[in-house]
Design a protein around this ligand. Structure first.
Ligand code: NAD
Ligand code: MG
Length: 416
C-alpha cells in the first residue's frame, strides 16, 4: 500500500489523483492534503479519504475548517480528525508528512516551490505536475534532489510519455532522472502540443480573444491558468524548459510539434534515428497513475485506444509569429540561471491580469518580453533559493508596472 500526499487536492490534478485513490483502494492511501480556498470540496475529500494531515494555504481559514469538521453529524465525522495546518509552514509540513511515500504536486504556479522543496528535503518521491516550480528553480531543485535521493517522476503528460519511452533504454537507470546529465543515446525530444484554444484561429483574430475563448480547451480539461498557457503555447514553452531539466537535453534537441488529436503524448529519437512514442486518449489520469504505480503498471478498465476510431494523426510545425510565448520560453531557457524564474513569474502575473480582464491576450507575451529584457542585466547563473524567490517577486511587480504603463498609454483599449 503506497501512502500518498496530494498538494493542491481541490484542483484538476488533485481531484484526478484522488479519483485514482478511490479506484485503487487497496493500492493507495491518502495521508495528507493541501488546498487553497475550496472548503466545500476539501471537506468532502477529508470525509472520503480520512487523511492524517490537511493544510490550507491561508492559515486564517483553519478555524473555519475546524468548526465545519466539528459541526458534522458524529456519524459522518472521520474516525480521527486530521491534524489541521495552515499558511506556508503548514503547506510545507503537509508536503513533508512523515508517513507519505510519494507526494503529488498539484499546486498551480511558483506557490508550489517551497512545499516541493520540503517534500524533497524529507526524501519523498514526487509526482511532478507543478512544472512552474522546476522551471523557476531548476538550479535549486536539481542539487536538492541529488542530495536527498528523491525521485522526480513526471506527471505532465508529455514528460510522462518521454519517461515511458525511455524505460528499457540505458537511461532507465533512474539515478539519472533530473540530474541535468545528458541522457545516453537520446538524441531529440519532440513534445506534442494540441495547439490550445486558438489552434484554428487566424493570427489576426487573436487581438479579439476573450477570457472565455482562451479558457475553453479543445482536448484537455484543466485549471484556468494552464488552459490559458495552452492557448498562448507558453505551456509548451514551459514544458521545453521542464524537459531540459528532467532529461538533460540541450534546447536545440527539444522540439515542439502541433498534433491536434493529442493521441501521441510525445516522442523521443534515439541515437540510431529510431523514434519511440507513447499513445493514449488525452486523459491526465494515465500519466498520474504511472507516477503512482511506477515502475509497475496497474490494470484499468478504462476505454482502450482504438486508432481506427481516431482515423488520422496529423502534425505540423507551430508558427512562431502566432505563438511568441514559445520563443520567449526557449530564449529564457537558453539564458538559464534565473531567467526562467523571471519568465515564469511574468507569465503567471500576466495570465492573472488577463483572467481579471485587465489586459488583452496579446499583451501577455508583450509584458513577459519586457520583464525578461529588464532582467537580462541582473540574471544570475547559480542562484540560491532566496535569489529565485527575489526574482520571482521582482518579476511579478515589474509585470504589474508594465501593465499599468500599458493601461496609461492605451486607456481606450482596456476594460475599466
Ligand atoms: P488548478 O487551478 O485546477 O488547481 C490548483 C490547486 O492548487 C488547487 O487545489 C488550489 O486550491 C491550489 N492553489 C492555488 N493557489 C495556491 C497557493 N497560492 N498556495 C497553495 N495552493 C494553491 O490547477 P491544475 O490544472 O490542477 O494544475 C496544477 C499544476 O499541474 C500546474 O502547475 C499545472 O501546470 C500542472 N499540470 C496540470 C495539468 C492538468 O491537466 N490540469 C496537466 C499537466 C500539468
Ligand atoms: Mg503537458
Amino acid at each position: 500500500m503506497k501512502a500518498i500526499s496530494v498538494l493542491g487536492s481541490t484542483g484538476s490534478i488533485g481531484t484526478q489523483t484522488l479519483e485514482l485513490a478511490c479506484e485503487f483502494p487497496d493500492r493507495f492511501r491518502v495521508v495528507a492534503l493541501t488546498a487553497g480556498n475550496n472548503l466545500d470540496l476539501l471537506l468532502e475529500q477529508i470525509l472520503r479519504h480520512a487523511p492524517e494531515a490537511v493544510a490550507l494555504a491561508d492559515g486564517d481559514m483553519v478555524p473555519q475548517l475546524r468548526e465545519r469538521l466539528e459541526a458534522l453529524d458524529p456519524a459522518r465525522q472521520p474516525a480521527r480528525l486530521p491534524e489541521l495546518l495552515g499558511g506556508p509552514e503548514g503547506l510545507c509540513a503537509a508536503a513533508a508528512w512523515p508517513s507519505a511515500d510519494l507526494v503529488v504536486t498539484g499546486i498551480v504556479g511558483c506557490a508550489g516551490l517551497l512545499p516541493t522543496l520540503a517534500a524533497i528535503r524529507a526524501g519523498k518521491d514526487l509526482a511532478l505536475a507543478n512544472k512552474e516550480t522546476l522551471i523557476a528553480a531548476g538550479p535549486v531543485v536539481l542539487p536538492e534532489l541529488a542530495k536527498s535521493g528523491s525521485r522526480l517522476l513526471p506527471a505532465d503528460s508529455e514528460h510522462s510519455a518521454i519517461f515511458q519511452c525511455l524505460q528499457g533504454t540505458p537511461w532507465a537507470d533512474t539515478a539519472r532522472l533530473s540530474t541535468g546529465v545528458p541522457t545516453p543515446g537520446l538524441r531529440r525530444i519532440q513534445l506534442t502540443a494540441s495547439g490550445g484554444a486558438f489552434r484554428d484561429w487566424e493570427p489576426a483574430d487573436l487581438a479579439k480573444a476573450t477570457v472565455a475563448d482562451a479558457t475553453s480547451h479543445p482536448n484537455w480539461s484543466m485549471g484556468r491558468k494552464i488552459t490559458v498557457d495552452s492557448a498562448s503555447l507558453m505551456n509548451k514553452g514551459l514544458e521545453v524548459i521542464e524537459a531540459h531539466y528532467l532529461f538533460g537535453l540541450e534546447y536545440d534537441a527539444i522540439e515542439i510539434v502541433i498534433h491536434p488529436q493529442s493521441i501521441i503524448h510525445s516522442m523521443v529519437e534515439l541515437a540510431d534515428t529510431s523514434v519511440l512514442a507513447q499513445l493514449g486518449w488525452p486523459d491526465m489520469k494515465l500519466p498520474i497513475l504511472y507516477c503512482l504505480s511506477w515502475p509497475g503498471r496497474l490494470p484499468t478498465p478504462w476505454r482502450r485506444l482504438d486508432l481506427t476510431e481516431v482515423g488520422s494523426l496529423t502534425f505540423r510545425k507551430p508558427d512562431p509569429a502566432k505563438y511568441p510565448c514559445m520563443e520567449l520560453a526557449y530564449a529564457a531557457g537558453r539564458a538559464g540561471g534565473t531567467m526562467p524564474a523571471a519568465l515564469n513569474a511574468a507569465n503567471e502575473q500576466a495570465v492573472a491580469l488577463f483572467l481579471e480582464e485587465r489586459i488583452h491576450f496579446l499583451d501577455i507575451p508583450h509584458l513577459i518580453e519586457q520583464v525578461c529584457d529588464r532582467h537580462r542585466a541582473d540574471r544570475m547563473d547559480s542562484p540560491s533559493l532566496e535569489d529565485v524567490l527575489d526574482v520571482d517577486g521582482w518579476a511579478r511587480r515589474a509585470t504589474r508596472e508594465a501593465a499599468a504603463a500599458l493601461q496609461a498609454r492605451l486607456p481606450a483599449t482596456l476594460p475599466a
